[in-house]
Write a protein that binds this ligand. Structure first.
Ligand code: 9W4
Length: 425
């Protein structure tokens, strides 16, 4: 038992030194978080507040947790996905005195047990990714709401569910929708998913992208990011879409647009980013070139119909980590990456730290915002709250500054001119 360690259940405390090095690496790539840590460790606005957090235990999350602690909060943590916890990070946090209940490969019972442990501190604030912690409070421990001043939620799915709960008048305390900050979703989806999906494909295959027909299904923000980076590496990008305006944007970015039925015949690499099931099915696998590579970066793992692929195949073997070779009855080989799960998370490390820097700065600032409402006696009704534009601009501004960029400022005269409606053209 380590004397500094608090209450915890992790895989192996002996992994702490390895985890600490990874956290230090993330710190060196997260200048906004480090600037906020520096600033708020002096004033400690979260002193006296208890925060229960339920968010992927990664090196970037560790930077968030330790920044909350530096700002004075007492923190208790669990992971929000049984497969996303990095045991060495959990160990490093436990060793640094953070209360944490998280290990890789938890079963459902262990997962909810961990969440419930974090609630035993009777938190004043919740911090979620996917809203499982908020749901556990509402469904199982509603009395805890008396101590809770508010919460924050990281993801699209979580925010969506909370809005439904709020509309049904079932939400018992205010929750800030961190996801909807521009400095969160736009950068996560385009630049985070864009780079990390390519990273996952390369780690799982090490193929050359230049000159390849690279098929991107879905031209939302994620698809756009992946297409942009694949094109940058010299691939011929083909986009498939159902929405005319999205397809139009793809063509104006210089990509070729066609149906999946056509793309299936000529693609070398396929990636789905649609959020819809059955994008690549039996009829597509049947016409694919020998050696085609197929993967998914959309939220759900049903975009590629793996049952169809298995049914068409006479054999299957793992050729590299996260890369399974299916031998079809027609003799062709098709390579499925990360079992159709998100290739950027299963085969790579998710969003780079520089991107998480802004997402987590929004989490941190939103927790402080809730505390400020509380200390100033501002009563906020239970509802899903947006991030104010000023917070987005403040975080974007800090990021730019830490990158060494300066930008211009509107003069008073320019502001007057912009808002002047008396003069015509
Ligand atoms: N990670 C995750 C989920 C499932 C999963 C091989 C098959 C999301 C956001 C952030 O969901 C996350 N399944 C796996 S690995 C794996 C990983 N496998 C393994 O066999 C199943 C997840 C947020 N984030 C970043 O993106 C970067 N830092 C962060 O904190 C993290 C993880």
């Amino acid at each position: 038992m380590d004397s500094k360690a608090g209450k915890y259940k992790v895989k192996d405390l002996g992994l702490a030194a390895e985890g600490r090095k990874k956290i230090e690496w993330a710190e060196s790539r997260m200048p906004v978080m480090m600037a906020l840590r520096e600033k708020y460790s002096k004033t400690k606005p979260l002193k006296g507040y208890k925060i229960a957090g339920c968010l992927h235990v990664t090196k970037e999350t560790a930077v968030l947790v330790e920044t909350l602690k530096s700002a004075g909060a007492q923190v208790s943590w669990s992971g929000c996905n049984p497969l996303s916890t990095q045991d060495e990070i959990a160990a490093a946090l436990a060793k640094n005195g953070i209360e944490i209940y998280a290990w890789h490969g938890q079963n459902v019972k262990e997962f909810y047990w961990s969440i419930e442990q974090t609630l035993s501190m009777k938190p004043n604030l919740t911090l979620d990714d996917g809203a499982d912690l908020i749901f556990t409070v509402h469904n199982k421990y509603p009395k805890l709401v008396n101590n809770i001043i508010g919460g924050t939620e990281e993801t699209t799915t979580g925010v969506h569910r909370l809005r439904a709960m709020s509309a049904a008048k079932k939400l018992l305390y205010p929750v800030i929708a961190v996801n909807d900050a521009e400095t969160k979703w736009d950068f996560d989806n385009v630049y985070g998913t864009g780079q990390s999906s390519i990273d996952g494909i390369l780690r799982a295959t090490s193929v050359l992208l230049a000159g390849k027909n690279f098929v991107v299904a879905g031209y939302g923000h994620c698809g756009k990011g992946v297409a942009m980076r694949a094109a940058g590496l010299g691939a011929n990008v083909i986009v498939t879409e159902v929405k005319p305006t999205a397809a139009l944007k793809a063509t104006l970015e210089g990509h070729v647009v066609m149906t999946m039925d056509e793309a299936a015949k000529i693609g070398d690499i396929f990636i789905t980013a649609t959020g819809v099931k059955d994008i690549i099915t039996e009829k597509h696998f049947k016409v694919m070139k020998d050696g085609a590579i197929v993967c998914n970066t959309g939220h759900y793992d049903c975009e590629i119909n793996i049952n169809h692929l298995a049914a068409l195949s006479k054999g299957k073997r793992t050729v590299r980590p996260n890369n399974e070779e299916y031998t079809l009855k027609n003799g062709h080989k098709v390579y499925l990456l990360a079992q159709g799960r998100l290739v950027n998370l299963a085969a790579a490390e998710g969003h780079p730290s520089e991107v998480m820097d802004m997402s987590f700065a929004n989490q941190f600032m939103s927790q402080i915002r809730l505390v400020n409402y509380h200390t100033k006696g501002i009563k906020v009704e239970p509802q899903v709250l947006d991030i104010p534009v000023e917070q987005d601009q403040e975080i974007g501004g800090i990021k730019l500054r830490t990158m060494g960029y300066k930008i211009d400022k509107l003069t008073k005269e320019q502001e007057v001119y912009m808002n002047d409606y008396s003069a015509g053209t």
